[in-house]
Design a protein around this ligand. Structure first.
Ligand SMILES: NC(=O)C1=CN([C@@H]2O[C@H](COP(=O)(O)OP(=O)(O)OC[C@H]3O[C@@H](n4cnc5c(N)ncnc54)[C@H](O)[C@@H]3O)[C@@H](O)[C@H]2O)C=CC1
Ligand SMILES: O=C(O)C1=N[C@H](C(=O)O)C[C@H](O)C1
Length: 282
């Protein structure tokens, strides 16, 4: 059954992004499925988590198949959202595809080619993107348009990329990796290992200006291009505090997917630039 106001299940509501997104689902007036897949230890230790006053039951990995059957039966038109960890995202996507449910993946890292291949072979509708924040997606799209239109425009320039995130972030920013892909087309290729990752609080507060209250959740990105003689410099920067911009964009992605399902769209796999292009971001 196709729903344009789908019930939404968020995995995992125990995490920072999952919790913020579940709250955004409720704020948008959508039905939050009161179950959430999580890591085995949280499911046992915590049992359930409150989201805007709704008790959400936590499901350990070994119980997720039985829970999925229950959720599919009880919530027709369901859309899943995944904000988990780079180490589990491939296994989760395989599971969603195997169960034939549409899904939005904001989780970064993992094997991205496999992720797309599994989504495609499952025949599911999906939005997969390392960046859900509307204005940052617009910046990402602008860099890609620049690269497509003016390939090599910055050949010979030096590119330096710095990304700062909360200490617990395991991987290199997926957004930075995507934007580095556009810079490569512009003539300034660098390796993922060349992206400078900042995770220590003193550098973040004292050198980068991250507000202390956002040490636990921020994303400060700087892309600096310098000409060979040092006479010309370009600096692109996007600094985000908190999780709201991503949570709201993720709800937009889920609504967009439900619309695509209702329209029986032939194209099934999307990214956030597709969502933005259709004017589907509030
Ligand atoms: N696309 C976007 O715009 C954004 C993406 N992210 C990405 O989202 C991901 C999550 O970020 P945070 O919420 O900050 O991390 P977090 O560490 O706060 O949360 C991760 C959650 O995953 C849960 N988990 C572990 N194993 C699981 C399993 N097998 N099944 C289900 N859940 C499991 C953990 O219990 C934890 O609650 C990261 O990859 C991050 O880069 C974060 C912000 C924005
Ligand atoms: O983990 C985060 O916080 C973020 N992850 C995404 C990424 O890896 O690019 C998006 C944003 O940077 C926040």
């Amino acid at each position: 059954m196709a729903h344009t106001s789908p019930p939404i299940m968020v995995n995992s509501c125990t995490g920072k992004m999952g919790h913020a997104t579940a709250e955004a689902v409720v704020r948008a007036g959508l039905q939050l499925v009161p179950l959430s897949f999580t890591g085995a230890s949280e499911a046992v230790a915590v049992g359930n988590v409150g989201v805007a006053g709704i008790p959400v039951e936590l499901i350990a990995p070994e119980e997720r198949q039985a829970a999925m059957q229950r959720v599919k039966a009880d919530y027709p038109g369901l859309v899943l959202i995944d904000f988990t960890l780079p180490s589990v995202v491939n296994d989760n996507v395989e599971f969603y595809a195997h169960n034939g449910v549409p899904f939005v993946v904001g989780t970064t890292g993992g094997d991205r080619e496999k992720l797309l291949a599994d989504a495609q072979s499952g025949g599911c509708y999906a939005v997969i993107a390392p960046q859900m924040g509307k204005q940052v997606v617009a910046f990402q799209a602008a860099m890609e348009i620049l690269a497509e239109n003016f390939p090599g425009a910055f050949s010979g320039y030096k590119l330096e990329v710095t990304e700062s995130h909360q200490r617990q972030k395991a991987d290199t920013s997926g957004t930075a990796k995507a934007i580095v892909g556009s810079f490569a087309k512009l003539g300034t290729p660098i390796q993922e290992a060349d992206i400078r990752k900042v995770r220590d609080a003193s550098t973040q507060v004292e050198k980068m200006g991250v507000p202390e209250q956002h040490l636990g959740g921020h994303a400060f990105h700087t892309y600096r291009l310098s000409s060979p003689d040092g006479d010309v410099e370009f600096v692109f920067q996007h600094n985000v505090c908190g999780r709201t911009i991503y949570a709201e964009g993720t709800v937009d992605a889920a609504l967009f997917l439900a619309k695509k399902i209702a329209e029986k769209s032939e194209k099934k796999i999307f990214d956030m630039i597709d969502v933005l292009r259709e004017g589907a971001m509030r």
